[in-house]
Design a protein around this ligand. Structure first.
Ligand SMILES: [Zn+2]
Length: 232
């Protein structure tokens, strides 16, 4: 289900892109790649990757309140009729920035700034991720989200933060990597030790760049041989 939703998300991102919402290009080649390895298990990784550096420019899947609401609905983090305001979308983007800092620190083996850790803990504790017990005359005992409808963003951030804490401390945290295909800025969970790119497209770009570098080096060597041979 999550995979299907993620694919739908990638497609909707593609259509947002081709509509020229954030970057002006209609080339399918420049659309966002499919979700990075690990994003299907970790919504926090998917969330961190919602800000993309493509060759055509930057694409932010949370750029507007409507886009952010769609992103959450597609991942079942918000009810279908969820409405977000710019203030909420801004807080989501702020949490994403802190989360990206934490993922980078985990990969580099460095200590993150305390405010990045604090941002996850604030999101974890501001709204409960679980449905609470309610009991009233009309409905008897029942469970319902503890948050009113206007706290959609808080509830989603709590769920994302819970997953982020699990990702950073669990076995997948050891295999976190940043895509090595410039200018890509996505994170991934490595499926094997040698893999350091997030998609087939990025892998192809890395291989093409390596081949180009080898050709350029050979040409340079041949060129300098020629210069020596000319007896200058
Ligand atoms: Zn990549």
């Amino acid at each position: 289900m999550r995979v299907m939703r993620a694919r739908a998300a990638a497609e909707s991102a593609e259509s947002a892109e081709s509509a020229g919402a954030t970057i002006r290009t209609t080339s399918a080649d420049l659309a966002p790649p499919p979700p990075a390895p690990g994003a299907e298990r970790h919504v926090a990784l998917d969330f961190a990757n919602s800000e993309l550096a493509l060759r055509a420019g930057r694409l932010d899947l949370l750029a507007t309140p409507d886009a952010a609401a769609r992103w959450l609905v597609e991942r079942e983090l918000a009810p279908d009729d969820a409405v977000l305001y710019e203030y909420c979308a801004g807080r989501l983007r702020e949490l994403r920035a802190q989360l990206r800092t934490l993922l980078a620190a985990r990969i580099d083996g460095t200590l993150p700034p305390p405010e990045a850790v604090r941002a996850v803990n604030t999101a974890l504790t501001t709204a409960p991720a679980a449905s609470l017990l309610h009991w009233d005359e009309a409905h008897g005992p029942h469970r319902a989200p503890a948050h009113p409808a206007d706290r959609v963003a808080e509830h989603a951030m709590a769920a994302i933060a819970a997953d982020a804490a699990e990702l950073l401390t669990g076995p997948d945290g050891e295999r976190l990597a940043a895509c090595s295909a410039s200018p890509c800025n996505r994170f991934l969970v490595r499926t094997h030790a040698a893999r350091h790119w997030c998609s087939v497209r990025c892998g192809d770009r890395v291989r093409a760049a390596r081949a180009y570098a080898r050709r350029a080096q050979r040409a340079q060597v041949a060129g300098s041989d020629g210069a020596t041979g000319s007896g200058r």
